[in-house]
Design a protein around this ligand. Structure first.
Ligand code: FAD
Length: 431
């Protein structure tokens, strides 16, 4: 049965949806935030860290009230090949300064907190409702359908994640290909804070973020991640879906192998597996972006493919928050003109461009293509670890000059010098 019409219905209480609902409610608009999970965040997973700049704009110093875990002060990237590993570590105390650059977070707690902020601001949060369809009138979206129930609104914000049913129902998105998405598997492993501090050289407030490249993903496009929380570690692997099916790899088994490898086992020793989850990640950037708005509808966050994977860093949470903000502002402007048509909502694209969302996706347009290069996950980690191992090995054999060692290693890797230069040039330009 049709309910009274509200200004906006936001579908999905992830960071994109809750931000949009919070801002609209804060400005006095009637908004309903619909979530299929029994509580916001209960179905959501990600790697483990959010860059804080986007939410800090909206709720200054949100970390003083939000359930954040640790402020990331130590960043590592580790190349793996069998028993060998090479890590590059970077620590910057400014990241933990007054602007707090990024935090590790647990989604169940964080998403619940952000949705509660929207509720406090006046949004109506409706959990346990899975939206099945949109309601159309003269080809224009006028509401949502969940089972037998319909809810009407001037505008619907589709913030329903990577598999957005609503963007497809609105005719804004088509199906994505297996090459455009990755699947992530993750465990939360509980460990005492003191043990985490000692193993990762951090303290109770500061944390570490670590990415892994190489044979943890079986040499296929993907990688590993590890984030330190207060009393747990978020550990997981991400694989390109097309590659996964080509290699017939089982992500859960690969994660078990990763955990028992000499690179990870000492870091999680004595830990208790508290949670296992899996989720898709949109990885093709602009290559999979749907139309961002239509008559009576806007698409935000993962539903719009707003994730940036640069290999050394993964960002989706700050894109979700900023696109939720842009969607809310576009709706407010449409409301001021009482025009929720495609024309009335077209400011959304401009607002996304004025924020970092479209700007950064455009700047890193070639990143997905660079990360598809299989040498990044196979030959280059082998080359780096092999060379480092040789540098530090003293075994009484005749010495060779460094240049000779590098040359021999490159030859043995099967990568031609021209190819190496080209990959290096493309990587430096595109990332
Ligand atoms: C393995 C992995 C690692 C990642 N690592 C990071 C990282 O470290 N840092 C980072 O910034 N980003 C990371 N990301 C990306 C990040 O998780 C996403 O970009 C972010 O969650 C997008 O937020 P969102 O609000 O758009 O969508 P989501 O967080 O997916 O929220 C969508 C919401 O919509 C709800 N929903 C879906 N369908 C319906 C429906 N029909 N009806 C009602 N509700 C519905 C869902 O239950 C969910 O609550 C990672 C992602 C994965 C999968």
């Amino acid at each position: 049965m049709a309910e009274d019409k509200t200004t906006a219905i936001v579908v999905g209480a992830g960071p994109a949806g809750s931000t949009a609902a919070y801002l609209l409610a804060r400005e006095g608009h009637e908004v309903i935030l619909v979530e299929r999970g029994t509580a916001p965040g209960c179905k959501n997973m990600y790697g483990g860290r959010m860059y804080s700049h986007a939410l800090n704009r909206i709720i200054p110093e949100f970390w003083t009230e939000a359930p954040v875990e640790r402020c990331v002060e130590r960043e590592l990237i580790t190349f793996l090949d069998g028993e060998r590993s090479v890590s590059v570590a970077c620590r910057d105390s400014e990241w933990a300064g007054p602007g707090c650059h990024s935090f590790t977070l647990l989604r169940a707690e964080f998403d619940a907190w952000l949705a509660a902020k929207a509720e406090e601001a006046g949004a109506l949060l409706a959990c346990g409702i899975r939206v099945d369809d949109l309601v159309f009138e003269n080809g224009r979206v006028v509401g949502i359908r969940a089972g037998e129930d319909e809810m009407m609104a001037d505008v619907v914000i589709a913030a329903d994640g990577v598999n957005s049913v609503l963007a497809r129902k609105a005719g804004l998105a088509g199906p994505f290909s297996a090459r455009q998405v990755a699947t992530g598997v993750k465990q939360i492993i509980e460990l005492p804070a003191q043990t985490i501090n000692e193993r990762f050289q951090v303290d109770d407030f500061h944390g570490a973020a670590q990415l892994f490249v190489g044979d943890c993903s079986g040499g296929v496009q993907g990688g590993g991640f590890l984030y330190t929380n207060k009393n747990s570690i978020s550990l997981g692997l991400v694989f390109n879906v097309a590659e996964l099916s080509r290699c017939r790899m089982k992500p859960a088994e690969a994660l078990e192998d990763f955990k028992s490898s000499p690179h990870i086992a000492p870091l999680i020793e004595g830990g208790r597996e508290a949670e296992y989850s899996a989720h898709l990640v949109p990885e093709a950037g602009l290559g999979m972006m749907p139309e961002l708005f239509g008559d009576g509808i806007l698409v935000a966050g993962d539903a719009a493919g707003f994730v940036l994977n640069l290999g050394y860093t993964v960002r989706g949470m700050d894109f979700a928050v900023a696109s939720g903000e842009a969607a809310a502002r576009a709706v407010m402007e449409a409301k001021a003109h009482n025009d929720f048509s495609r024309n009335g909502l077209c400011r959304y694209r401009e607002l996304l461009r004025e924020s970092f969302v479209l700007r950064d996706l455009e700047a890193y347009r070639s990143a997905p293509e660079i990360l598809e290069n299989k040498r990044m996950f196979n030959q280059y980690p082998k080359l780096v670890t092999g060379l480092a191992s040789e540098l530090f090995t003293v075994d009484g054999k005749p010495p060779a000059r460094l240049a000779r060692k590098i040359y021999d290693r490159i030859r043995a890797s099967g990568i031609g010098l021209g190819q190496l230069a080209l990959d290096g040039w493309k990587g430096a330009r595109g990332l």
